[in-house]
Write a protein that binds this ligand. Structure first.
Ligand SMILES: Nc1ncnc2c1ncn2[C@@H]1O[C@H](COP(=O)(O)OP(=O)(O)OP(=O)(O)O)[C@@H](O)[C@H]1O
Ligand SMILES: [Mg+2]
Length: 297
């Protein structure tokens, strides 16, 4: 079954998943209601990689994520879009517990990865983050050689017994990240001397090197020029054959180019999730419509 089929067939089984509303184009943003816990479109999937139910995230007393339920399908690329401060990064960081490092942050609800509780008290967070890797907005290579950046994860996770095994992992990861030909003759050069686009692909190679199942990307192209952006987008499309990818982006064109589904967030709510082409051509919720037509954001 394709990614789209698994999402569509699951939606039919969830009676609260498709409360279609008429698009009202003339109303103002303030008049546009969001029904808590109700997401229009196709938020569910059969046999999901992530099953997320009634997720709430608090920073102290402030509720940044308000009762969000969503499935993320296996080998799906899903984009999170929405105005600044709507909770995209906060929700993304729940998926590999990156919020743990923020003292005042509390996560509630059910968050399952392959039917295992991500927030279980005995969960090994280091192992979780090897399975669910992350690429950040600003490329953040270590001040080490290109080789050592990619070899870092496999070394700490003990994935290679011999130098030749490690060499193979480094080469394969750089190949998958589309960087091998550019760097194969200077693996010992320091990574911080690379261009921004190369550094970001190196960070992708570093994430791939520990054989993750999921890659989270928080605005991975916002610091890149259009050519480097195109390379990373091409890579995302290729990687979707092997990984589940969740990408936060402020570029609707990017969401349209790379993702199967797009999720629209607004003030901590998940307003609408649907096949990407539907979100951009026939949004069901008036808030989504006003955002994608550029009336606010
Ligand atoms: N470390 C933090 N401490 C306190 N509040 C936070 C923290 N991080 C985020 N918030 C708050 O949570 C809400 C959601 O923020 P978040 O960064 O997830 O939004 P976002 O959609 O990723 O925005 P942007 O598009 O600007 O990156 C905002 O109100 C923000 O101020
Ligand atoms: Mg963010």
């Amino acid at each position: 079954m394709s990614v789209n089929e698994t999402i569509s067939s699951a939606a039919e089984q969830h009676e609260n998943s498709v409360p279609v509303q008429d698009v009202v184009t003339e109303k103002k943003r303030e008049d546009m209601p969001v029904q808590e816990g109700k997401t229009v479109g196709l938020p569910y999937a059969d046999d999901p990689k992530f099953k997320l139910r009634n997720v709430e995230v608090f920073y102290g007393e402030d509720r940044a994520i308000k009762d969000i339920s969503l499935d993320i399908a296996r080998n799906e690329v899903i984009s999170f879009i929405g105005p600044s401060g709507c909770g995209k990064s906060t929700f993304l960081r729940c998926l590999n517990r990156m919020n743990d490092s923020i003292d005042i942050c509390r996560v509630k609800g059910q968050l399952m990865l392959d039917d295992e509780d991500i927030y279980h008290s005995r969960r090994d967070v280091v192992e979780l983050r090897a399975r669910v890797g992350m690429v950040f907005q600003k490329p953040n290579p270590f001040p080490k050689s290109i080789y050592d950046n990619v070899a870092y994860g496999p070394r700490i996770h003990g994935l290679a017994n011999r130098k030749s095994d490690l060499d193979d992992i480094v080469e394969n990861s750089l190949r998958k990240a589309g960087l091998w030909d550019e760097v194969k003759d200077r693996l010992d050069a320091t990574a911080t001397g690379m261009s921004g686009g190369q550094q970001q692909r190196l960070c992708i190679a570093r994430a791939i090197a520990v054989s993750p199942e999921v890659i989270l990307m928080d605005e991975p192209c916002s610091a890149l020029d259009p050519i480097a952006t195109a390379k990373v987008e091409e890579l995302i499309s290729e990687m979707s054959e092997s990984y589940t990818i969740v990408i936060v982006t402020h570029s609707m064109q990017q969401a349209a180019r790379v993702s199967h589904r797009t999720a629209y967030f607004h003030l901590g709510h998940l307003v609408e999730v649907n096949e990407t082409s539907k979100v951009f051509t026939a949004p069901q919720h008036e808030l989504t419509e006003s955002y994608i037509t550029g009336r606010f954001g």
